[in-house]
Design a protein around this ligand. Structure first.
Ligand code: G3H
Ligand code: ZN
Length: 291
C-alpha cells in the first residue's frame, strides 16, 4: 500500500527502537523485488531513488512505477529522494509527489549546508513532506565492491555540530557519518558505536544510517538500538542482481545451451535474488510484522 504520510512510521520506528529499511531502485524489477521482500516479511519500508536513478529512468516514470508497485502490496511503502544535492531536485520530487526527501549538503561548508537544507525544509513542510539532512560526510560510492579505501575519521559527524544543525534547519531526521562507507567493503567498515551513542544522547530526531551494505549483521542490529530509525541499502541489492544475471549467462555457456534472449527469463531470477536480500535485511532491522 502506498502511504502518503510517512511521519507516523518514522516516529513509530524511532520510538519503538526498530528501523525502516530504505532500498534503492532505478527500474521495475528492483522495485518489485523490494516491495515483494517487504511483503514477504510483513514489513513497512521505503523505496528510494537517487538523482542518478532519476536521470536514468525519468522522474515521472520512476515515481509512477514505484507508486503502482507499492499499491500492489499490502504493507505500507513510501517513496523517498536519496542524496538530493540541490534545492531544484528536491523541489521537483516534492511536486512529483514524493513524501520524503533527503537534502545532502555534506559537501558544503556548515553554513552553506544549513542554508540549503533550511530552504528545502521550508518548502517540504508546506507540503507535508518529511526531510532528512546530513551532517558529517560518508565516503565511498554506491555500487563499489572493492577499492583501496581507508576510513577517514575527520569525516565523522560531530555531536555538537549535529545538534546545532538540527536546531538551525528544522530537519525531521538526520543522516550521520559513524564509520560506514557507501559500497560493500566487507571487513573494511566498522561502525563507531561510541560516536553514535554520543550523537544519539544529544540529537533528538531519528538518525539515518547510510552505506549499510557490507556491514556485519550484528552491527546493523546494534546501530538500530542506538537511535537509527532508517537504514539505507543499495550496493548489496545491485550485487545480488548482477551475480544472478552472471550466473544465468555462465551456466548457459558452460552447458552449451542457447542464450536466453528473453529478458524476462534473465530478470526473473535476478528479481528473486534481490527480494531475498531485502527480506534478510528487514529481519535485522526489526521491522518485520510492524504493520
Ligand atoms: O544512500 C544510499 C546508501 O547509503 C546505500 O549505501 O550502497 O553501501 O548500501 P550502500
Ligand atoms: Zn547514502
Amino acid at each position: 500500500m502506498l502511504i502518503n504520510n510517512p511521519h507516523s512510521l518514522y516516529e513509530q520506528a524511532f520510538r519503538e527502537g526498530w528501523a525502516l529499511g530504505s532500498f534503492n531502485t532505478s527500474n521495475l524489477e528492483m522495485t518489485q523485488a523490494i516491495a515483494w521482500g517487504l511483503q514477504e516479511k510483513n514489513s513497512p519500508g521505503i523505496i528510494q531513488t537517487s538523482e542518478s536513478a532519476i536521470e536514468y529512468a525519468g522522474l515521472v516514470t520512476l515515481h509512477d512505477i514505484i507508486s503502482d508497485v507499492a499499491k500492489s502490496v499490502s504493507v505500507p511503502v513510501f517513496l523517498h529522494l536519496d542524496h538530493g544535492r540541490s534545492f531544484e531536485i528536491a523541489e521537483k520530487c516534492i511536486h512529483a509527489g514524493y513524501k520524503s526527501v533527503m537534502i545532502d549538503g555534506s559537501k558544503l561548508s556548515f553554513d552553506e549546508n544549513v542554508a540549503l537544507t533550511k530552504k528545502v525544509v521550508e518548502l517540504a513542510h508546506q507540503n507535508d513532506v518529511w526531510v532528512e539532512g546530513e551532517i558529517g560526510a560518508i565516503q565511498g560510492k554506491e555500487g563499489m565492491v572493492s577499492a583501496d579505501i581507508k576510513m577517514d575519521d575527520s569525516m565523522l559527524t560531530d555531536p555538537t555540530e549535529a545538534v546545532n544543525f538540527v536546531a538551525a534547519t528544522g530537519v525531521d531526521s538526520l543522516a550521520v557519518s559513524v564509520g560506514t562507507i557507501h559500497g560493500a567493503f566487507r571487513g573494511e567498515e566498522k561502525i563507531r558505536f561510541e560516536r553514535l551513542r554520543e550523537i544519539h544522547k544529544v540529537v533528538k530526531v531519528p538518525l539515518v544510517l547510510h552505506g549499510a551494505s557490507g556491514l556485519p549483521p550484528m552491527e546493523i542490529s546494534q546501530a538500530v538500538r542506538l537511535g537509527i530509525a532508517k537504514v539505507n541499502i543499495d550496493t548489496e541489492l545491485r550485487e545480488a542482481f548482477h551475480d544472478s544475471l552472471e550466473g544465468v549467462v555462465t551456466s548457459e555457456a558452460l552447458a552449451g545451451q542457447q542464450k536466453s534472449v528473453d529478458p524476462r527469463k534473465m530478470l526473473t531470477p535476478a528479481r528473486k535474488a534481490v527480494q531475498a536480500v531485502v527480506a534478510e535485511k528487514v529481519a535485522l532491522l526489526g521491522s518485520a510484522d510492524k504493520v
